[in-house]
Ligand binder design. Sequence first.
Ligand code: AMP
Length: 524
Amino acid sequence: MSSDEQTAQEALTFADLGLSPKVLSAVTDAGYTVPTPIQAGAIPHALQGKDVLGIAQTGTGKTAAFVLPMITRLEKGRARARMPRTLILEPTRELAAQVEENFIKYGKNHKLNIALLIGGVSFDEQDRKLERGADVLIATPGRLLDHRERGKLLLNGVEILVIDEADRMLDMGFIPDIERICEMIPSLTRQTLFFSATMPPEITKLTEKFLHAPVRVEVSKAASTATNIVQRLVKSGPKPWDKRAALRDLIKAEEEGLKNAIIFCNRKVEVAELFRSLVKYDFDAGALHGDMDQRARMQMLASFRDGKLKLLVASDVAARGLDIPDVSHVFNYDVPIHAEDYVHRIGRTGRAGRSGKSFTIVTKSDAKYLAAIEKLIGQLIEWHDGDLSTVVASEGEDEAPRRGRGAPRRAGRKDEGERKRGGRDRHAEKPAREPEAAQSNVDAADAPNDRRDRKDAIRSDNAERKARPDRAEQPRRDERPRREDRNGRPDRTEQNRRQREQDDDGTVGFGEDMPAFMRVSAKV
Ligand code: AMP
C-alpha cells in the first residue's frame, strides 16, 4: 500500500467500509471510530467475497479486519447441523478464545452460534455446539481434525475460511494440518482470508496454493517494528542473579510510566525462576507458561488484562497471540534466540497506535542473537546505559556450580554485585538469597491470602519440574507429512504431535520420539 493510499484509508470511517448497520452499531459501542489500516484495507474486499492476504502483526486490529466482514456476510443464510458456515484456524487456544470474544463483542446484535474447538477441554460440549449448527467455528488445527475423524464435523459447507497467524502455525509445525484442512473445504465456493505477520517462503507457497487472486493488504513491512515503540538495550553480567538485579533496577527506574509489563524469558524454567524471584522481592507479578492448564492460564491472563496484576512473566509460546491492549512496557529478560520473536515480543506494546517502551537485557554471550535481530529489523537498537564493554561482572567470573538446598552459602557474591550497580534495593540489606530462591519451596500456608494463589503456582511449578525435566521450549519447525497406521489411525508420532498442540508448547531435544508420559503436565 502506498503512503497516499494509506493516508486516504486512515481518513475513512467504519461507515465507509460497507459493513451492515447492526455491525456498525456494535463497533460504535466498542468505542472504535476510525478503522485501522488493516481494517480499512481488508474489510471492503472481504465484503465483496474476495480472497485477502493480510500481512499484519497482532496489535494492528487485524482480528476485527476479518470478524466484522464475516458477521456482515453471515446475516444471510443459516447454519446446518455439523456443517459450520465459517471456519477460523488459530495456532493457540488463547488466540482462539480471543477471537471468540471478538465475535461476541461485535456480534452482540446478531444471534450467532459460535463453537470453539480447542484442546484441553472435553469433546462433549463441543459436539453439542456442532450438532446445533455453527455459524462460526473457531479451532486449533489438531482438535478440528480430531472432531472430523470422529465423524462429528463436515467441512464442505464452509463459505469463509480464515487462517490466522500463519507464520506461527509454521513455527508450531501445523502447516501439513492446514493443508489437509484446506483440501477438505470446496475451493470453488469458499472465500479465504489469510493473515500472517511475516511471509517466509513456506507461507508464500501456501498462499499460492490455496488463495485465488488474493487482494494483498500489507500494513507494515514484514518483520518491522512499530515506530511508536522506544527500544533500548540494557547491559548485564551473565549470571541469572545479575540479570534479575538488572531487571529489578529497570522496573524501579521505569516505575512512573509503567502501567503494566510483559517480561519475556526464553525458557519456561526461567519463567518460573524469575517469577519466584520477583514475588520474593514483593513485585506484583504473575507467570504464564505452557505447562499451566487452560483454566489457570486464562485466569492469570484475565488478572493481567483487568489490571489486577502489573507484571506478567511469560515465554514466547505461552504469550503467543495474546491480545492485551495497552501494555506500557515489554522487558526481554533474555535476548530471543529467534530474531522474529523479538518483533512479536515488542509488538505487545505500542498497540493500535499507542506508544510503548521495550528494554532488552543483554549479556556478552547474546551478541550474535542481537546482531541477527538488528539485521532483521534493519536498525541498530540504542543502549540505555552505556554498552556491554562496561559490564562489571564478566563471563566466567563465577564458575561455581549452583548450590543445592541446604548447601553452605557463599557470602557476599550478590551483595557485591548490587553494590557495584549502585542498587538501593530495600532487600539489599538482607543476606542475598537469590540463587536459592530458584530451588526453594514456598509454604502457601504462611502466605497472606492475596499472595496464596501465586505461591500455589510456585508449588505446582516445583511439582512440574519434578515431573518434567527442564527442556528448552522453542517450538520446532515440523513439516513432515502426517503419519497414520494401517487402520488409518494416527500413529504414535502423530499422537505425540497432537499432544504437543494440546500443550500449546513445543519442545526440542527429543524430536518426535518424546515419550507421551513426559508430556503429561502437572495441573495447577
Ligand atoms: P488485534 O490486532 O486484533 O489483536 O487488535 C489489537 C487491539 O486493537 C485490540 O485490543 C482491539 O480491541 C483494538 N482495536 C481493534 N480495532 C480498533 C480500532 N479501529 N480502533 C482502536 N482500537 C482497535
